[in-house]
Design a protein around this ligand. Structure first.
Ligand SMILES: Cc1cc2nc3c(=O)[nH]c(=O)nc-3n(C[C@H](O)[C@H](O)[C@H](O)COP(=O)(O)O)c2cc1C
Length: 401
C-alpha cells in the first residue's frame, strides 16, 4: 500500500531502470547536502500551543501571482517525463486540479507548447536555463510568452554540472546512445520499457528546434555544455528589463544575493541547493531562510526547496518566513508509481499533513503560523538571521508574552 513519500520512492525504485532512478534520486559528490536537507528539517521541533481555535486552518495563499489552495508548487525537474509517457502533462494537470502549480523545466520531455495546450497557463511557470547561444535563449523566451506563461524562473546554481557519482557509475550523461549497461538496466524493467517503446516523446521537447542531439542520451550529454557558465547579475538586469511578467531567481542561499535580487526588482527568489545535486556541502534552504527573510525586508517573495517530504516540513518553512515550498523528487516518484494520480496523491497528502500539523500546533492560518516563530519551535542550530545568532531553546516566558 502506498501511504507515504517513502513508499512512493520504493515503488519508483522497483519500476524504473537503475540509471533513471539514480538520476532522480542521487545528488552531487558524496551526497552530504542531499542528506543535510533532510537532517536540517528534522532538527526543528514543534512546541505546540493548546486551545487556540485552529480546528480548520486556512491554507490558501497568493504567491507570485499564483492563487494556491495551499503553498506548494511542483519544482522544475528535467526529463521527469522519462518516468511515465506524457508524464509532465499529467503532473501539470494534477497540480492545476489540486489548486497548486507547476514550474516547467527547460528540459521537460513535453514541449512547453504541448503542456500549455492542456493546462491553464495561469497554473504554470517556466524555468529557464540561459544558454551560451543567446539566440536560443531568446527564442525560448518568445515561445514561453507566446503560450501565455507569465512567471519566469531563472536557475542560477548550475554554471557547471559536478560529479554525480551514481550517474558516473551508470554511465548516464556520458553515453551518447544506449550503451550495453544502460540497455541491460532497461531490460530489467520490462513494464517501463514497454511504455518507453510505445511513446512518441523520446526527446527533450523544448530543445528539439535547436539541434542539441539526435537522441535523449545525446541531449542529456550536451545539455551541461550548452548552459552559459558566465551568467551574471548584469544578465539578470537585462532579463528584468526584457521580461514583462514575474521574474524569479532559483538557486541562491546567500542573504546578499537575496538583497541584490530585491534591488534589481525581481519578484521572487527560490532558496535552493538544487536538491543536493550541485554544490555538495552547501547548506540547506531551511537553514538559509531566516537570514534571507531578514535581507529581503519584504521586497521579494521567498520560496524554498530541498528535502520537503511532509506537511510538517512545509509548516516549518512557512513559519520561518517562506511564501511557498517547491517539491522535486516527491512528485516524480508519485508519477513513476501511479502516473497523474500519484502526483495528485502526493499533493493531497502534503495538504492534509499541513492542515493537521497546523491544527496540532495551534495555527489557525498562515499569518498566525508565521507569528509563532521562534516561540513555538525548538532548535539549537538554525540561525535567526540578522546578527547570525542561534535561536535559543524554547523559553516559557516568551510563550506567554
Ligand atoms: C532529477 C532532477 C532534475 C532536476 N532538474 C532541474 C531543472 O531542470 N531545473 C531546475 O531548476 N532544477 C532542477 N532540479 C532541482 C529541483 O527543481 C529542486 O530544486 C529540487 O529537486 C528540490 O529538492 P527535492 O527533490 O528534495 O524536493 C532537478 C531535480 C531533480 C531531482
Amino acid at each position: 500500500m502506498i501511504i507515504s513519500a517513502k513508499d512512493r520512492r520504493r515503488v519508483a525504485r522497483r519500476r524504473l531502470p537503475r540509471w533513471l532512478f539514480d538520476y532522480i534520486d542521487g545528488g552531487a559528490g558524496s551526497e552530504v547536502t542531499l542528506r543535510r536537507n533532510r537532517a536540517a528539517l528534522e532538527r526543528i521541533g514543534f512546541v505546540p500551543m493548546a486551545l487556540r481555535g485552529a480546528a480548520a486552518p486556512v491554507l490558501g495563499a497568493d504567491v507570485l501571482g499564483f492563487d494556491l489552495d495551499f503553498p506548494v508548487i511542483l519544482a522544475p525537474v528535467g526529463m521527469a517525463g522519462l518516468v511515465s509517457p506524457a508524464g509532465e502533462i499529467a503532473a501539470a494537470q494534477a497540480a492545476a486540479t489540486a489548486g497548486s502549480a507547476m514550474w516547467v523545466s527547460s528540459f521537460s520531455l513535453a514541449g512547453i507548447e504541448q503542456i500549455a495546450a492542456r493546462v491553464d497557463p495561469a497554473r504554470l511557470g517556466f524555468q529557464l536555463y540561459v544558454f551560451r547561444d543567446r539566440a536560443v535563449t531568446q527564442d525560448v523566451l518568445r515561445r514561453v510568452w507566446a503560450v501565455g506563461i507569465r512567471t519566469l524562473v531563472v536557475t542560477v546554481d548550475t554554471p557547471v554540472t559536478p560529479l554525480r557519482e551514481r550517474d558516473a557509475r551508470n554511465g548516464f550523461r556520458s553515453a551518447t546512445g544506449i550503451s550495453p549497461r544502460l540497455a541491460a538496466q532497461m531490460l530489467a524493467r520490462p513494464r517501463w520499457l514497454y511504455g518507453a517503446m510505445r511513446r512518441s516523446d523520446r526527446l527533450v521537447g523544448n530543445l528539439v528546434p535547436y539541434d542539441m542531439g539526435a537522441n535523449l542520451f545525446a541531449q542529456a550529454a550536451s545539455i551541461g555544455r550548452a548552459m552559459d557558465p558566465t551568467l551574471d547579475w548584469d544578465d539578470m538586469a537585462r532579463l528584468r528589463a526584457q521580461w514583462k511578467g514575474r521574474l524569479v531567481i532559483k538557486g541562491v542561499l546567500h542573504p546578499q544575493d537575496v538583497a541584490r535580487a530585491a534591488t534589481l526588482g525581481l519578484d521572487g527568489v527560490v532558496l535552493s541547493n538544487h536538491g543536493g545535486r550541485q554544490l555538495d556541502g552547501a547548506i540547506s534552504a531551511i537553514e538559509a531562510l531566516p537570514a534571507c527573510v531578514d535581507a529581503a525586508r519584504g521586497r521579494v517573495e521567498i520560496c524554498v526547496d530541498g528535502g520537503f517530504r511532509s506537511g510538517g516540513d512545509l509548516v516549518r518553512a512557512l513559519a520561518l518566513g517562506a511564501s511557498a515550498v517547491l517539491i522535486g523528487r516527491p512528485w516524480v516518484y508519485g508519477l513513476a508509481a501511479q502516473g497523474g494520480q500519484g502526483v495528485a496523491d502526493v499533493l493531497a497528502s502534503l495538504r492534509d499533513g499541513m492542515r493537521s500539523t497546523m491544527t496540532l500546533l495551534g495555527a489557525a492560518d498562515l499569518t498566525s503560523l508565521r507569528a509563532m516563530w521562534p516561540m513555538c519551535f525548538q532548535t539549537s542550530s538554525i540561525p535567526t538571521g540578522g546578527d547570525g545568532a542561534c535561536v535559543p531553546d524554547f523559553r516559557p516566558a516568551e510563550a506567554t508574552a
